[in-house]
Design a protein around this ligand. Structure first.
Ligand SMILES: C[S@@+](CC[C@H](N)C(=O)[O-])C[C@H]1O[C@@H](n2cnc3c(N)ncnc32)[C@H](O)[C@@H]1O
Length: 270
């Protein structure tokens, strides 16, 4: 089994994605989507980006490596009566069957960054985007003090070291690495731009309950707990995460959670 696929099928990212809908809608509003656009959402999960893009009239394809999330995306498209939005299984490192230059806009929000072989990912995103089209990525930033970078940092401290040659997904949050990858895919460096942006996780659950969701449904945190349990360190991991979620919570009610997280927004003119 492909370990990248296994990681995301292990949990159920829909449980986390439920806290991301409002920011997903707001982010899509900044894309300038029109009815004439063909949009790819790569590493789409259950469609936090794809569904709002389709609601704005674009013809949308969501591609994700996890079959459970593809099914969840197709169910959500049906629930929203969106006939212009479909989801299919695929790997960002090799989008076999997806035609060259098929999209006006290829988007990947916290998605393709988790695929192995980052140079292949950049090449594939450029290949499927039409000349004159755009690529937009949202990537978490290594060592950033906000939520997701810290969850991944804490989780990795409890997980066995990755195999040799593994490239951290967080390198997609480093401007020089991103530039190198898209330049290798044939894009002039001047066509690549960067901005810091904020994505807010909003949940009716308390910070402690939200940690529980990550523990039970978010692949990287599930793996960290599994490894920590073997070493008798699960309590320590739980405490680190609860501290993090509580100190980052901006909701005035302690039984609800609102946590802003900073990400790197990458825009590429193809
Ligand atoms: C953190 S989730 C984000 C999902 C979605 N973009 C969102 O914002 O809700 C990461 C997603 O990337 C997908 N993914 C990971 N590796 C992938 C790969 N090689 N190809 C396609 N999708 C991948 C996972 O299955 C998961 O749905």
């Amino acid at each position: 089994m492909n370990p990248n696929k296994a990681l995301w099928e292990k949990g159920d990212f829909t449980r986390i994605a439920a806290t991301m809908r409002e920011s997903g809608e707001a982010l899509v509003d900044t894309f300038g989507i029109t009815k004439s656009h063909k949009v790819l959402d790569l590493g789409c999960g259950d469609g936090t980006t794809a569904i709002p893009a389709a609601k704005r009239g674009a013809d949308v394809l969501g591609v994700d490596i996890a079959s459970n999330l593809v099914a969840a995306g197709n169910n959500r498209a049906k629930e929203h009566a969106l006939t212009n939005c479909r989801f299919q299984e695929g790997d960002a490192s090799n989008m076999q069957g997806v035609e060259d230059h098929a999209f006006d806009l290829s988007v990947s929000i916290f998605g393709a960054m988790f695929a192995p072989k980052p140079f292949d990912v950049a090449k594939e995103m450029v290949r499927v985007t039409r000349p004159g089209g755009r690529i937009i990525m949202g990537n978490w930033i290594p060592n950033d003090p906000t939520l997701v970078a810290q969850i991944l940092k804490i989780s990795s401290a409890f997980t066995p070291p990755p195999p040799e040659g593994f490239v951290s997904p967080m390198t997609w949050g480093v401007e020089s690495s991103v530039t190198e990858r898209f330049v290798a895919a044939g894009v002039p460096a001047g066509n690549i731009s960067f901005a810091r942006d904020t994505f807010t996780f909003d949940s009716p659950d308390s910070p402690e309950e939200l940690v529980g969701l990550f523990k039970n449904y978010y692949g990287p945190t599930m793996n960290a707990f599994e490894a920590a349990e073997k070493n008798g360190r699960a309590g320590e991991l739980q405490d680190h995460l609860e501290d993090l979620f509580k100190t980052q919570n901006r909701n005035s009610r302690k039984d609800r959670t609102t946590i802003p997280a900073t990400f790197l927004r990458v825009s590429v003119a193809v």
